[in-house]
Design a protein around this ligand. Structure first.
Ligand SMILES: Cc1ncc(COP(=O)(O)O)c(C=O)c1O
Length: 391
């Protein structure tokens, strides 16, 4: 079955008993039991719920594995993985570019518990080799990364990590299961902020953890119930609704991102464009190899002042200024002051995360409208600058 067909048919039969084409929302906290401990597979909705179970089955199918657990947010999903696998004295290797919330969780929650976080350039095999020790439990990466869309060679990193006995976790949020299948590249666990492209409509917060091996999955599944950070049945149903159009949406997001990246690359007020689909992107060859599309996000460094960055991001017609990404409605974000503000300024600078970096999440609007909105914004800055220079 092809991807688009699976988003609609995998684990989604019409409801037995009524023939309802779309599964109902099992909005219940508990289940009537025949006798103590004898039930139909459901006893309490923190532990399990039919709507959630259906979503988990679909997500597992889309990533090509048997095990999935959904959580109340992407960070709750990440937290469960980290709690399952990190103990005091353990080490985790992460790349220079990582979602700000992941960075905060590691540095402000797990480091104080005695875990060591080694943030390195994962693109350098020798640096990775040196960073891996017998205490490394996890190698954690995003590819493409948030916010600079760096691309890492997942298969090479997985081979190096496995040789040292570490597990590899891939945050597949930006790539989506449509464009990248991390388990085929050697990942042991995949996490998602379902909030983004999977749900796709900017109307809920949700996360997921997937695993191929039952033994790798079991500690995370245990924490889903023991920690209890589960999403509501209604939110699971909304995700089931949203993901049925994932392929249509994500293809349009990528088409829009590519058109914008090309326009940005030609513009004199743009210092640098980050989009894995551009031949100029350092990870382009790897992206071609390990992805089937280049994703829907595009970031760029403005050749301008902080005031100009703020003017650009605050005055777009179609790109609403806001955190998040991956929804049908376009968003623009200033990572240094928004999604990545939890990383101190000096560390951002050391990581190469410029204060004039702007991140765009093109929605599903028409590419002509979105390109025009971006170019108009840049042209308005140019005329402000030339007026100032003339004055
Ligand atoms: C790459 C990535 N991973 C994880 C998360 C966290 O997900 P959530 O906001 O659903 O908790 C985000 C949120 O922006 C993200 O961009």
């Amino acid at each position: 079955m092809e991807f688009a067909t699976r988003t609609i048919h995998a684990a989604q039969p019409s409801e037995p008993g009524t023939g309802s084409l779309i599964a109902p929302i099992f909005q219940t906290s508990t289940y009537e039991q025949e006798s103590p401990g004898v039930n139909q597979g459901f006893d309490y909705s923190r532990t399990n719920n039919p709507t959630r179970a259906r979503l988990e089955a679909v997500l597992a199918d889309l990533e090509g594995v048997a095990h999935a657990a959904v959580f109340a947010s992407g960070l709750a999903a990440e937290h469960a993985v980290l709690q399952a696998y990190l103990r005091p004295g353990d080490e985790i290797v992460i790349p220079l570019d990582v979602y700000g919330g992941t960075y905060r969780l590691l540095n402000q929650v797990f480091r104080p518990l005695g875990c060591e976080i080694r943030q390195i350039d994962l693109a350098s095999p020798s640096t990775l080799h040196e960073a891996l020790t017998e205490r490394t439990r996890l190698v954690w990466l995003e590819s493409p990364t948030n916010p600079r869309l760096l691309v890492y060679d997942i298969a090479a990193i997985a081979a190096a990590a496995h040789a040292r006995g570490a597990l590899v976790v891939v945050d597949n949020t930006f790539a989506t299961p449509l464009f990248q299948q991390p388990f085929q590249l050697g990942a042991d666990l995949v996490v998602h902020s379902v909030t983004k492209y999977i749900a796709g409509h900017s109307d809920l917060i949700q996360g997921a953890v997937l695993a191929r091996e039952a033994a790798v999955f079991e500690p995370v599944k245990f924490l889903q119930n023991a920690g209890g950070a589960v999403p509501s049945p209604f939110d699971c149903w909304l995700t089931l609704r949203g993901l049925k159009t994932m392929e249509l949406r994500v293809l349009r997001h990528a088409e829009n991102a590519a058109a914008i990246a090309e326009a940005l690359e030609r513009h004199p007020r743009v210092r640098r464009v980050y989009y894995p689909g551009l031949a100029s992107h350092p990870g382009h060859a790897i992206a071609r190899r390990q992805m089937t599309g280049f994703g829907g996000m595009v970031s760029f460094e403005l050749d301008g002042t902080m005031d100009e960055v703020i003017a650009f991001v605050s005055t777009r017609r179609y790109f609403a200024l806001g955190e998040s990404l991956g929804g049908v409605k376009s968003l623009v974000c200033h990572p240094a002051r928004m999604t990545h503000a939890s990383i101190p300024a000096d560390e951002r600078a050391a990581l190469g995360l410029s204060d004039t970096l702007i991140r765009l999440s093109p929605g599903c609007e028409h590419p002509r409208d979105l390109v025009a909105d971006v170019v108009d914004g840049l042209s308005a800055l140019s005329s402000v600058a030339s007026l100032t220079a003339a004055g």
